[in-house]
Design a protein around this ligand. Sequence first.
Ligand code: GAP
Length: 539
Amino acid sequence: MADPKENVQMEKIVSLCKRRGFVFQSSEIYGGINGFWDYGPLGAELKRNVKDLWWHAMTRQREDVVGLEATIIMSPAIWKASGHVDTFSDPMIDCKTCKGRFRADQTDEIPCPQKPSKCVNECHGEKTAPRAFNLMFQTYVGPVQDDSAVAYLRPETAQAIFAQFKNVEATARQKVPFGIAQMGKAFRNEVTPRNFTFRSREFEQMELEFFIKPDEAIEAIHGAVATVPTTGHPGEPQPNWGWQAWHQYWVEERVRFYEGIGLDRNTLAFHRQTPSELAHYARACVDILFKFPFSKRDEYGELKGEELEGIAARSDFDLSQHARFSGKPMGVFDDDLRAAWGKLPKEKADDLWRRYYDNRKGYLERSGVAPEAAAKQATDDANGLAKGQYVPHVIEPSAGVDRLILALIANAYSESSKTDEKGQTETRVILRFHPRVAPIKVGVLPLVKNKPELVAKALAVRDLLRPWMNVYYDESGAVGRRYARQDEAGTPFCVTIDFDTLGEKPELLDTVTLRHRDDGRQERLAIRDLVNWLLPQIR
Ligand code: GAP
C-alpha cells in the first residue's frame, strides 16, 4: 500500500478534479455508479488534447500508419477468436460474512463494504474459493433476448483492427510494415474498480497494431535480421528490422511521446514481463509505468509505478486466430520475399522453411489443433512462405487515455504557499501542465471591467486568438485572483489588457502583458505577435 502521505496527495487531486471540473462521479445525483467517471469542462479539453496529440503523432505525422474507427459492438465471433470469451477473466472470491466480492489477488487492499474504512482481511469472514469472472459486459442485439442474440461491449479496441486488417490493407495502399491505429471506448466489468479513474469499468484506449514481416521473411530478403541495442532508441526504421528492433523502436517512440507532453523519463518506470507473465503467444511485453501517488514502493522506498501502456510483441497470433475462426485468409503476399526466396541457397531456404514451419505448428498446437492437422497446416504455411506469403506479426502499443489523464494531473499538481504581512499563509494549487495538453492555453484578462474601451480591446484579443487555441476570457475579480484561478486550471499563459494597451504610454500602444504560469514572469508583447508567439509553445 502507498503510505498515508501519498493517499493525502490523491485526496487533494480527487478534490481538485471535482472542484475545478476535471472529473465528476458519473450519475452523482443518484449516488454515483462504481467505476464510471465523467469529464467536466476542463477534463474534456484535457482529454481531447491528449487524444488529438496521440492521433497526430501516430497517424498524420507518419507515412506508415493509418487510422480506423470501428463499432463498439461487433460480432461475438470476434471475441471467441481473440480468446476473450474463454479466458478474459479475473479470479474472484466472495466473503461469506460481509458478502463483499473481490479480486482474489487484491484482498489486502480492498475496503470491506461492511466496514468501509477497514480492509477485507480485518473482516475475517470465510472466503469462497476463487472462480473465474469474465470481464466483458454482455448485451443483446435485436428484440429477442436469447443466447443467439448475445453480444459484448468491446473490452479493447484492438480486435477490430485485426478483423478489418484485409480491408484496410486493400484500401490504404500500405505494405507491411505498416500500422493501423484506433482510439475509443472500451468496457470491462472490473471486479474492483479503484484508484479514482485508474481502474474504471468504462474507459478509453489508444491502440496501434503495427504489422511486420516474420523474421524468416526478413532473413530471406536481407540475409540477416538487424540487431539493435536493447536500450535506447534504435533510430529510423530499417528494412532489415525484425520483431525485436521494431519492439524496441515502439517502446522508445512511446516514451518520446510521454516526454513530449510533460512526463519526464524520471516520472516513468518500466516493467519487462517475465516469461511466466507473458501470454503464450507473446514474444515480449514492456509496460510503461507512471509513478502515481498510490503506487507501491520498492525496497529502496522508490515508487514502483502503475501501468500506463503495454507494448507487446504478439507474434502472428491475432491474425492467425481470425483466419482460423472466420475461414478468411489474413495473410499478405510479398513480392520481395518471393523474388528473394528463389535466389536462396538450398540450405538456407530449408532452414528458414523449417523455422517457419516449427513456429506455425507450435502456434496451431497451442491453440488446440490436433497434431496431424497442425503439421499439415504448418506445411502449407511454410510452402506459402516460399512463394512470398505470410501472416504478418504485430507489435502492439496499447495505452489507456484515462490513466494518462490521471498521470498528467498528478504530475502537474503542485502547491505554492505565501504568507502575507499579517502572517496569514495561503496555499494555492498550480497545475503545471505542458502547454500542449493544457485545457486552456491562454487566459485573456482586461485589467478592469468597468472601462468599455479596455473590455472591447480584451474581447478583440480573445477573438483574435480563438480560432487558434482554447481561450478563456475572465473579467471578474482582482487580477491576482484571476491569475490564481488560471493557475489552478493549468493555463500556461495569461494576457492582460491594461491602459498602456490603449496607448497611455504611446510606445506601448497595442501591446499586452503576457504572464507565465510557472514562474509568474511577465513580458510585454505586441498584440500582432501574440499568435505567432503562442503557437509554437502549444503545438
Ligand atoms: N489490446 C491490449 C490491451 O487491451 P491491456 O493491458 O489490457 O491491453 C491496455 O490494456 C491499456 O488500457 C492499459 O495499459 C491501461 O492503460 C488501459 N486500461 C486497461 N484496463 C483499464 C481499466 N479498467 N481502466 C482504465 N484503463 C484501463
